[in-house]
Design a binder for this molecule. Structure first.
Ligand code: AMP
Length: 219
C-alpha cells in the first residue's frame, strides 16, 4: 500500500505517518527527516538543502526527487510524509512507482487552521533518537520529565525551522502549492480529508477509522 500524507507543516503528518507505518507495516519516508539527517551529517546535499530549509522554502525539485529515487526501491508499502509537495513531484513519484508496477492508494489530507499550526509548531519538541522520533508539545502533550522522551529516554530537540517567522513562510509556501496538489489527487480520486484542531490527540483507532471510511467511500 502506498499512502501520501498531505497537509500544512505542523498539521500532524509525521504523527499520523508513524501510526500508519505501525498499523499497516509501511516504510515511513519523511523527506524533511532525510534532509535534516543530511544537514546533521554536513553532506554536500545537506549544505545545499539547508539554505532553503532555514528560510522555510522548498528544496529544488531535482534535488528532492533524486534523493527519493534511491529510497523507494524494494519497499512494498510506503507512507510518504512531506513528499510530494507540488504537482511536479507528484508526477515524478507516479513515474517512479509505475516502473515498479506500483501506484498510490490514498492521499490523506490533514486540514487544520493556520492559527493552530503556529501555536502547535512553536511549542513542538521532537525526540532526538531517529528510531523513535516521538513528537511532543509543551502545552498539551508534555513529556513526563522536562526535555526527555517518555518512550526512549533520549533528549528532546526543537527543530531549527520551528520558529514563528519561518513557520509563517512555510505556511505561505504550503498554501501557494496546496491547491494544485490537492486538485491533482482529487482528480485521481485518491483524496481523503480529515478536519482537525491542534489539540486533537490522534490515536491509532482514529487513523484506522479514517482508513475504513475511505475504503467504504471508494467502493
Ligand atoms: P518538513 O519536515 O516536512 O516540514 O520539511 C522541512 C523542510 O525540508 C521544508 O521546509 C523544506 O525546506 C524541506 N523539504 C521537505 N520535504 C520537501 C519536499 N518534498 N520538497 C522540497 N523541500 C522539502
Amino acid at each position: 500500500m502506498i499512502i501520501i500524507m498531505l497537509g500544512a507543516p505542523g498539521s500532524g503528518k509525521g504523527t499520523v505517518a508513524k501510526l500508519l507505518s505501525k498499523t499497516l507495516n509501511l516504510v515511513h519516508i519523511s523527506t524533511g527527516d532525510m534532509f535534516r539527517e543530511e544537514v546533521q551529517n554536513h553532506t554536500e546535499l545537506g549544505m545545499e538543502a539547508q539554505k532553503y530549509m532555514e528560510k522555510g522554502e522548498l528544496v529544488p525539485d531535482e534535488i528532492t526527487i533524486k534523493m527519493i529515487q534511491g529510497r523507494i526501491q524494494n519497499s512494498e508499502g510506503v507512507v510518504f510524509d512531506g513528499f510530494p509537495r507540488n504537482k511536479a513531484q507528484a508526477l515524478a513519484l507516479n513515474e517512479m512507482l509505475e516502473v515498479q508496477n506500483k501506484k498510490i492508494d490514498l492521499a490523506l489530507q490533514l486540514n487544520i487552521p493556520d492559527e493552530d499550526i503556529i501555536y502547535r509548531t512553536v511549542k513542538r519538541r521532537t525526540c532526538s533518537n531517529k528510531e523513535c522520533g516521538a513528537i511532543y508539545n509543551l502545552e498539551y502533550r508534555k513529556p513526563k520529565v522536562d526535555g526527555i522522551c517518555d518512550i526512549c529516554g533520549s533528549p528532546l530537540t526543537k527543530r531549527a525551522d520551528d520558529n514563528e517567522e519561518t513557520i509563517k513562510n512555510r505556511l505561505n509556501v504550503y498554501h501557494s502549492r496546496a491547491e494544485e496538489i490537492l486538485k491533482f489527487f482529487e482528480e485521481e480520486n485518491l483524496l481523503y480529508t480529515v478536519n482537525l484542531r491542534a489539540k486533537d490527540n490522534i490515536t491509532e483507532e482514529m487513523v484506522k477509522s479514517w482508513l475504513e471510511d475511505y475504503k467504504t467511500i471508494k467502493k
